[in-house]
Design a protein around this ligand. Structure first.
Ligand SMILES: *Cc1c(COP(=O)(O)O)cnc(C)c1O
Length: 671
């Protein structure tokens, strides 16, 4: 008991300075540091050329235009802040809706202060100080996923900040396409030029005449080495001008130059490429295929199992069919923390499937969309970077991590690239996602400039990558971009390193909150016994949890959904809602019938005591049927949720509030 108390006290001590706090408890700290750094910025301005006299006259603030301007500015600013008062109060433990919470003070302050200096990370000419910090942010995240970040070893990872997870996902496919299509472009260009690169260490046999499906089915690492070797061979055999012309010819055969339609016309044997992702995918994936001209029709949803994780048997079946059809598979995407359920796809099984299919001559790149769950990887690493073993992890929690979840995180280092959002579980302000690639050699394919050849056929010197990334805008989807966002995330990780003893402690609290909710849901069930049935449709993998609530006696899914929507009305924000009238803030989601297996659908209907014939793909017009189940969705990322103080447990309070809402909705029930 005392031991427990002491641990609790230590935790509170540790957590206390992290955020401004729901009661703005740390206002003095924030104000002091901000004012200090603001003054520091003022001195910096004055000291650029202190001999210059001030341009704005000392008495300017007495002028009528000056004062009118200040008046207008203040009026508008007060108007804005007045309106902002009805914002969603993410910072408050009563907010358990979307993927947002309080902001870590180090990241918040760093971002606010860096904005005063306004660096632009499109190139280091516009950000000599902070662009290197963005590249270090990439290394911090890469190391968290277990990628090698030592430039002395190949492959070496790199990563950078994006505006969010959506752009990082787009970029992953942009990179994969650039790499995987390259051998086809090179082979056709060399063939038509009558150039023989000779025997290639990394080639497929007779590279220039190899069939397109062979050229497409090469791994990312393989193509990176192959390209270096081909360019070195060109450089060896031809004089400078001829070599440059041939390199240009390859560029002019690439899909980035020709476009998808023309490229595929020139490679009629190559089928339309497919991207596979679990049915629970974020909608950014559909956008990505549309954007790149790959076509949303070629995003193949893979069925999920009862835990809302990608079903590896279904993945294997899909791969077998695609292999039969000789369809090229550009990538398989695993989701580490689905947006709706927080579920963790079996990344280890995707990696294993790739090993198996590689032996059959089929290759695919693997991207992990860890926009939500990526930071949870910090819990799995000791400060020295080694992985905690499963038993050690289990001792820290009641249920987490289940074996498949542990294995998924442990397998991250084998994938080709990862999306992660510092502006979600990284607790920094919005406008900061990240893309991380295991092999920075992928950038050899992206430059908007001509190809380079280096002395050594096998490697590109570290200095070249350093030079390259100083022109970051050349290698990423975005151009001008805020250095302040990257500096905020970087600094936050400097203060709280991404390991189990530091950042991981924060993540662990979110998992413990979820375990608490999961383990105490029976209290809500008991409280509502005879009134309504409370069902947790899926045991949570991480820190998101959904609930379905069915009024007693109701057998129709459509009615249950309508009831759920009425509950949600009391948990939502909106222009017309006064946020002070809300006790708690939640969110919602739906699970469609066609995304659930037969077994899961039957089980849920039984648990909810609903008539299974009311859950259908095509509802009739009886008003009893529905094609989806409405769920209340809860993101449990605020570390103060389970209240470290007596009587302040927000999860208990939320359950009591929900019970009250249910009773009230029952009373107001029509009929
Ligand atoms: C949030 C999220 C995205 C999109 O990220 P944004 O930062 O909103 O662009 C993509 N995938 C998953 C799994 C997400 O949770």
């Amino acid at each position: 008991m005392n031991m427990r108390r002491q641990e609790e006290d230590e935790l509170v001590d540790w957590l206390s300075p992290l955020f401004l706090g729901s009661y703005a408890e740390n206002n003095e700290l924030l104000e002091k540091v901000l004012v200090e750094l603001l003054r520091d910025h003022v001195y910096w301005r004055r000291n650029i050329h202190p001999e210059d006299r001030p341009q704005i006259p000392v008495l300017a603030d007495t002028g009528p235009e000056y004062r009118r301007f200040v008046g207008r500015m203040k009026t508008e600013l007060h108007g804005l802040t007045a309106r902002l008062k009805n914002s969603a109060p993410f910072f408050n433990p009563r907010y358990i809706g979307h993927m947002a919470s309080d902001l870590l003070l180090p990241g918040l302050i760093a971002q606010l202060v860096t904005t005063l200096y306004n660096p632009n990370h499109v190139t280091d000419e516009a950000s000599p100080v902070t662009l290197p910090l963005e590249l270090e942010l990439g290394r911090q995240l890469a190391a968290m996923f277990g990628f090698n970040t030592d430039p002395e070893q190949e492959p070496c990872a790199w990563g950078h900040a994006t505006s969010g997870g959506t752009i990082a996902n787009d970029e992953s496919l942009w990179y994969f396409r650039a790499v995987r299509y390259w051998p086809l472009a090179a082979a056709i260009a060399l063939r038509e030029a009558g150039f023989d690169p000779g025997a290639l260490k990394h080639g497929p046999e007779d590279f220039v005449h190899a069939p397109d499906h062979v050229l497409f089915n090469l791994s990312v690492d393989h193509v990176i080495r192959l390209r270096r070797e081909v360019l070195a061979s060109i450089d060896h055999q031809l004089d400078r001008r001829q070599a440059r012309d041939l390199a240009r010819r390859i560029e002019s055969e690439r899909v980035e130059y020709l476009g998808m339609a023309e490229f595929h016309l020139r490679h009629p044997e190559l089928g339309t490429p497919v991207v596979l992702v679990a049915d629970t995918a974020h909608y950014s994936w559909e956008k990505a295929l549309k954007l790149l001209g790959l076509g949303a029709a070629n995003l193949e949803p893979v069925a999920v199992n009862e835990r809302m994780r990608l079903d590896s048997k279904a993945l294997d079946d899909a791969l077998a069919r695609l292999a039969d059809e000789r369809r090229p598979v550009l990538a398989v995407v695993g989701i580490l923390g689905t947006t709706e359920f927080g579920s963790i796809d079996p990344v280890h099984e995707i990696v294993a499937a790739r090993q198996r299919w590689r032996r059959e001559g089929m290759e695919f790149a693997i991207h992990v969309d860890a926009a939500w769950g990526g930071y949870l990887a910090s819990m799995f690493h000791r400060p020295d970077g080694t992985l905690l073993d499963h038993a050690e992890m289990r001792r820290r929690f009641h249920l987490f991590p289940s074996e498949p979840v542990y294995k998924a995180f442990a397998a991250l280092r084998h994938v080709d690239s990862v999306t992660v959002d510092p502006h979600k579980l990284g607790y920094v302000p919005f406008g900061c996602g990240a893309y991380v690639a295991r092999n920075r050699g992928m950038t050899d394919f992206i430059s908007q400039k001509a190809a380079y050849v280096f002395d050594d056929a096998e490697t590109v010197p570290d200095s070249e990558y350093e030079r390259r990334f100083r022109n970051l805008g050349q290698y990423i989807l975005e151009g001008s971009k805020p250095g302040a966002a990257a500096a905020g995330a970087w600094l936050s990780h400097r203060v709280l390193p991404l390991d189990a003893d530091n950042f991981g402690r924060l993540c662990a609290e979110t998992i413990r909150n979820c375990e608490y909710f999961f383990e105490h849901i029976d209290q809500l069930r008991d409280e509502l016994a005879g009134v309504a049935r409370v069902v947790l449709p899926f045991e949570p993998d991480t820190n998101l949890v959904c609930l379905a609530i069915n009024p007693s006696g109701n057998r129709s899914l459509a009615r249950m959904n309508a009831f759920g929507r009425r509950l949600y009305e009391h948990l939502s924000v909106g222009e017309e809602v006064d946020i002070h009238s809300r006790e708690f803030f939640g969110s919602r989601t739906v699970v469609h019938r066609h995304k659930l297996g037969e077994r899961a659908a039957e089980r849920l209907m039984a648990e909810l005591d609903l008539d299974p014939s009311t859950f259908v793909d095509e509802p009739d017009d009886s008003g009893e049927q529905a094609d989806s189940i409405f769920l209340l969705r809860h993101t449990l990322m605020n570390p103060w949720l389970s209240g470290h103080d007596e009587g302040m447990n927000y999860l208990d309070r939320y359950c009591r509030h929900l019970a009250e809402l249910v009773r009230q909705a029952m009373r107001d029930q029509p009929g």
